[in-house]
Design a protein around this ligand. Structure first.
Ligand code: HXC
Length: 519
């Protein structure tokens, strides 16, 4: 008869749980704190509602025994995974643990991450990934690369099904960058998060270029220059608070409508200063954010890509509690012209909103597409087409407000009626034309001006005539391309009522696998 040694199983479980809480050990936790960084578990506790976190796969360990890995097994390996809630709504989370092999990705880590992604998709809830990783676990070789492939595949299949958010809270090197890049939004904690495909050492040896980690892949590099990051926030706590704020605008999955949240702002509220935002001189810039701030619920506008391609603003706000995606030309930056970066920024945002049933409200004041060989060689035709594609394909309610000018191709792009805009409104200051008066007169009246005794006087006269006849919203309204010309004082109420009217909008694309957006 075999006599089993009596083991206190509950005490064993307690011991193992305590061990798992230490990740790679107290020494490495202290080092993480000395770097000014939170641990994976501290981050999860900051992100989720208090006490809501349920951990999964605490007892998973890596399977490799090469390169001395046998003697270093940590419970949970280099990621903490599970689920909890944000403002009472379900969210799945994984947080890479830098104290275990620098948060590097082993086969086991990949399986843990894929498990929460599968669960998130099957129950329909967002996934938030907290990234702090040295990339592929070097000792595991191809198993680690295979792990990345599995995660990328899940990211793509989950795209458009549940919102996916990545938060860069440390290094994201090599393979660690591409999963975030496949998700919907990337937050970076400035001064802490860094993303790059190849680090400064490799760059130095290949190209001879000297660049610091921060200059190469810090939050400024990616939120201002590359556009890879959508948000840059100082401090981990503040960064995670912004993730919570963003989730508050989004539905849990693509089958739901976004959550309505009343902030107590009167839907019929009229702002007496709104008619004075637009300067009398049509060549003077003004800040479209001021228009947006005066009409949305409680002035609450969460900008996405705030520091990238500032000639267009995109982000989330609410009208009478209903979340909307806002796309707005910004006359105070490069006159609000559409260039490559602005087109790509807005196209991506429009497609996200469309995938998640978030109505679009577009504020239009745009002089056209950006002229220049730089833009042409960079492919503005291809990139501008992305924005046309995104708006034309979007089946969510589409409302636009023309505040001042909408010229040429840029008029067409910005949610115009013939791209199936549902409600197109204009202020009396709105102008729809193929181009501005001076340019138009120079082309169509060239001979008339040249042959006149006083060409300059004739030019001025023709410009005045063109402005009088065409630089107003009435020609477009006469053809039904503008549905209504409204007093700026009524803007909020009109948009609220339009959204209400469109609440049950049904429109479907013809059956197809997917379109072929000009990427
Ligand atoms: C295994 C790793 C690791 C990795 C770091 N560590 N990266 N272990 N695999 N990829 C371990 C270190 O050995 C160390 O262990 C601990 O993590 C902390 O690392 P440090 O270097 O001490 O920290 P720090 O100085 O802050 O530097 C962090 C770092 C650096 C910038 C991330 O560690 C680094 O450059 N790591 C390698 C990055 C990289 O080249 N990864 C592979 C990319 S290729 P101890 O025991 O001392 O705590 C890739 C291919 C996938 O990802 C492509 C798919 C598309």
């Amino acid at each position: 008869m075999v006599i089993r040694r009596k083991i206190d199983r509950r005490a064993q479980l307690r011991r193992m749980r305590e061990e798992s809480l230490l990740g790679g050990g107290q020494r490495r936790i202290d080092a993480q704190h000395r770097r000014g960084k939170l641990t994976a578990r501290e981050r999860i506790a900051t992100l989720l509602d208090e006490g809501s976190f349920e951990e999964l796969d605490t007892f998973v360990v890596h399977r490799s025994s090469d390169f001395g890995l046998d003697s270093q097994r940590f419970l949970g390996d280099a990621v903490v995974t599970g689920y909890g809630s944000v403002d009472g709504r379900r969210a799945f989370v994984y947080a890479q643990d830098f104290t275990v092999f620098g948060g590097s990705l082993s086969e086991a880590v990949a399986q843990k991450i894929c498990k929460v992604m599968d669960l998130a998709m099957s129950v329909g809830a967002p996934v938030v990934g907290l990234i702090d990783s040295g990339g592929a676990r070097i000792q595991e070789g191809v198993d680690s690369l295979g792990g990345y492939s599995s995660i990328f595949h899940k990211n793509v299949w989950a795209s458009g099904v549940v919102p996916q958010i990545s938060v860069i809270l440390g290094p994201a090197a090599g393979g660690a960058t591409y999963s975030p890049a496949l998700t919907d939004f990337i937050f970076m904690a400035s001064g802490i998060g860094q993303m790059y495909i190849t680090g400064p050492d490799v760059i130095r040896s290949v190209t001879g270029e000297n660049v610091s980690h921060e200059d190469l892949g810090g939050a400024a590099a990616h939120s201002v220059r590359s556009g890879v990051a959508h948000f840059s926030v100082a401090g981990e706590e503040a960064c995670l608070a912004q993730v919570r704020r963003l989730l508050g605008f989004l539905p849990l999955n693509n089958m739901q409508d976004p959550p309505r949240l009343h902030l107590g702002d009167d839907p019929a509220r009229s702002d007496p200063d709104l008619p004075h935002v637009i300067p009398d001189d049509p060549s003077q810039p003004y800040d479209m954010l001021e228009v947006i701030g005066r009409v949305v619920d409680s002035g609450d506008f969460m900008q996405v890509h705030q520091n990238f391609a500032q000639n267009i603003a995109v982000g989330f706000a609410r009208f009478d509690g209903r979340p909307v995606g806002i796309v707005a030309n910004q006359p105070s930056h490069m006159a609000g012209v559409l260039d490559i970066d602005a087109s790509v920024k807005a196209a991506r945002f429009v497609r996200f909103c469309d995938a998640f049933n978030i109505p679009l409200v577009t504020f239009v004041d745009v002089p056209g597409f950006m002229p220049g060989s730089n833009q042409e060689y960079g492919g503005i035709i291809r990139h501008g087409a992305k924005l046309i594609f995104a708006y034309a394909e979007a089946t969510v309610p589409k409302i636009s407000l023309l505040t001042r000018k909408a010229y040429g191709g840029a008029y067409i792009v910005m949610s115009s009626k013939n791209l199936h805009g549902d409600v197109n409104l204009a202020w009396p200051t709105g102008e729809v034309a193929v181009m501005g008066a001076a340019g138009a007169v120079n082309i169509i009246h060239r001979n008339d001006i040249r042959s006149d005794e006083d060409p300059e006087a004739r030019r001025a006269e023709l410009i005045a005539d063109y402005e009088e006849r065409l630089m107003n919203p009435y020609a477009a309204a006469a053809r039904g391309m503008i549905d209504d010309i409204i007093d700026p004082l009524d803007t909020r109420a009109k948009i609220v009522r339009s959204l209400e009217m469109l609440e049950n909008k049904r429109e479907r694309l013809p059956p197809k696998k997917h379109g072929s957006i000009p990427l």
